[in-house]
Design a binder for this molecule. Structure first.
Ligand code: ZN
Ligand code: ZN
Length: 288
């Protein structure tokens, strides 16, 4: 199993040390784990890595790499926040810390005259004022050229009908394709609550994201896919990743990618499903 999105206590709202996450990942059958704690940012600054902790964070990952060599491949990443105007700050961090994988995610959206909208404010995700700015942010993220993958772009499906989401993102797919960025299939949608389309109440157990109707269009635009549990606790290491691949394979999902030293490596999905023999289909970068 490949899990390219995971958090530790460095994100402050997640639990488990790097060592604990790695041990749980090995137990869950993960062979390639990318640790992607939330990068320093000015919004919610105490709910993520501080710049002063980055050296320690990467040292912990390096230590785990040595401790578990031969048992699991551990890659170092960060999940960056993207907001219009954040490019220079991100560019500076990327220049200072060599990463395997950089995810860009939109978590916060400024809507004039309102408190900042967070993408987990489920009741606020359907307003046109929010959607205009969310998709403008996504456009900026696709265009900025800083990231390897866009994180959970479809998390809005927790509070937004899928046809509205698809209609809004369609005009951006050509740009996404040109950007060479991957679209992340984020398995946390299988665990998170969403608004029931019939009652409008928050419920558990409904498939919200990733978007199943968008998948064929992404494949048609030749967009690569990464996959991750987005675990925030060791017990969720790898959660939902295999189930997601099983559900999406019949819709045409054939390859999953991960990144090493910012280079994309594609893997045949067949080899990632139980009983498959892991093989790398197309080598985008250096050998492991
Ligand atoms: Zn995120
Ligand atoms: Zn995350």
């Amino acid at each position: 199993m490949i899990d390219s999105h995971s958090h530790t206590l460095y994100s402050k709202h997640a639990s488990g040390s790097v060592d604990e996450l790695v041990r749980a990942s090995i137990a869950a059958g993960i062979c390639i784990l990318t640790i992607t704690d939330h990068a320093p940012f000015h919004v919610d600054a105490d709910n993520r890595l501080l710049e002063s902790e980055l050296d320690c964070y990467f040292a912990d990952i390096e230590q785990a790499r040595m401790d578990y060599e031969g048992k699991i491949i551990i890659l170092q990443g960060l999940e960056f926040d993207y907001m219009p105007g954040s490019e220079a700050f991100t560019c500076d961090l990327l220049a200072r810390y060599p990463l395997d994988f950089a995810i860009g995610s939109v978590h916060y959206v400024e809507v004039p005259g309102e408190p900042m909208v967070k993408v987990w404010d489920l009741s606020r995700l359907a307003s046109d004022a929010f959607l205009d700015r969310y998709f403008a942010s996504l456009e900026g993220l696709f265009a900025c050229g800083l990231f390897d993958a866009v994180g959970h772009a479809d998390t809005l499906l927790r509070g937004l009908p899928e046809d509205v989401f698809v209609r809004r993102i369609e005009p951006l797919l050509a740009l996404l394709s040109r950007s060479n960025m991957a679209f992340e299939l984020n398995a946390s949608g299988l665990r998170k609550s969403s608004l029931c389309p019939l009652t409008g109440k928050e419920v558990q157990g409904l498939w919200s994201y990733p978007s199943q109707s968008l998948l064929p269009q992404l494949i048609g635009h030749d967009v690569p896919f990464t996959i991750g549990s987005d675990t925030h606790a060791p017990e969720d290491a790898g959660a939902g990743v295999t189930e997601l691949m099983r559900e999406l394979q019949p819709l045409g999902l054939g390859r999953i990618s991960y990144y090493q030293r910012r280079r994309r490596i594609d893997v045949d999905i067949e080899t990632l499903l139980p009983n498959g023999t892991f093989t790398i289909m197309k080598q985008g970068g250096a050998l492991l």
